[in-house]
Design a protein around this ligand. Structure first.
Ligand code: PXP
Length: 241
């Protein structure tokens, strides 16, 4: 077993399917191939507008995947679905309809009561909860205070940094954030925008347990097949990519 687990976010398989309203490619099929190629788990984000995965996909993924991370915003119907499906990890994210992808971390400080309520409901059902947050002390402090067991550090600003200097700064924020989260008793995952060429430095942060990676794996699968794309990402996480 590897020190850092790779969870493949399968949303964009559904994006291709939905572009033509076909039944293929099927995220559940590609999820099984990804698991067979060495992914440790599968993640899907059921958005309120259902722009990629739909409820049918999530139900199927839950039943097929030995480890299923369910990502969602705090909408009542989706929280109820999560409580019914009991994913291995409930991953709470903010959601704005007009965004292309998740843009910022959850404002746990600003929405403390609401987040605490949802975390309590999920934990009551024995579901582990992760909050997607920026590596900011106040947010991490609040994540621990509302009872989440995990945080997923937002690696988008690191991935999108446009200069060497900015990349180094963002990586340092992630390192400091991960160490702070650990001191607050949180377990630490990370994700967003990670690619083969930038994942190694994040995977090397000692507190990081799991990475959630979607777009880069699905995009690379067009050239290499999903098996090749998963293997390539695994190697990059290991540091020999
Ligand atoms: N983590 C979270 C919270 C996300 O919203 C996403 C995108 O759905 C990811 C990780 C994966 O990001 P990417 O597709 O850029 O690898």
């Amino acid at each position: 077993m590897e020190r850092v687990r790779l969870c493949v976010n399968i949303d964009h398989v559904a994006t291709v399917r939905n572009a033509r309203g076909t039944v293929y490619p099927d995220p559940a099929h590609l999820a099984v191939l990804a698991l067979n190629a060495g992914a440790d788990g599968i993640v899907a984000h059921l958005r309120e507008d259902r722009r990629h995965v739909v409820e049918r996909d999530v139900r199927l993924l839950r039943s097929l995947c030995p480890y299923f991370g369910f990502e969602f915003a705090m909408a009542d119907d989706i929280v109820s679905l999560a409580r019914e499906l009991r994913p291995d990890l409930a991953m709470l994210v903010p959601e704005r309809r007009e965004e292309v992808t998740t843009e910022t971390g959850l404002d746990v400080v600003g929405e403390r009561d609401r987040v605490a309520g949802v975390v309590a409901q999920l934990r009551e059902d024995g579901i582990s909860v992760s909050l997607f947050v920026d590596p900011v002390e106040a947010q991490l402090e609040a994540a621990a205070a509302v009872g989440a067991q995990f945080v997923e550090l937002h690696t988008g600003p690191y991935s999108d940094a446009e200069s060497e200097e900015a990349t180094v700064d963002e990586l340092q924020r992630l390192r400091v954030g991960a160490a702070f989260a650990e001191r607050r008793g949180l377990r630490v995952n990370a994700g967003h925008g990670l690619r083969v060429d930038n994942v190694g430095a994040v995977a090397a942060i000692p507190q990081i347990e799991e990475l959630s990676i979607g777009h880069a794996v699905v995009a690379r699968a067009l050239s290499l097949g999903i098996e090749g794309a998963v293997r390539e990402m695994r190697e990059a996480i290991r540091g020999d990519g």
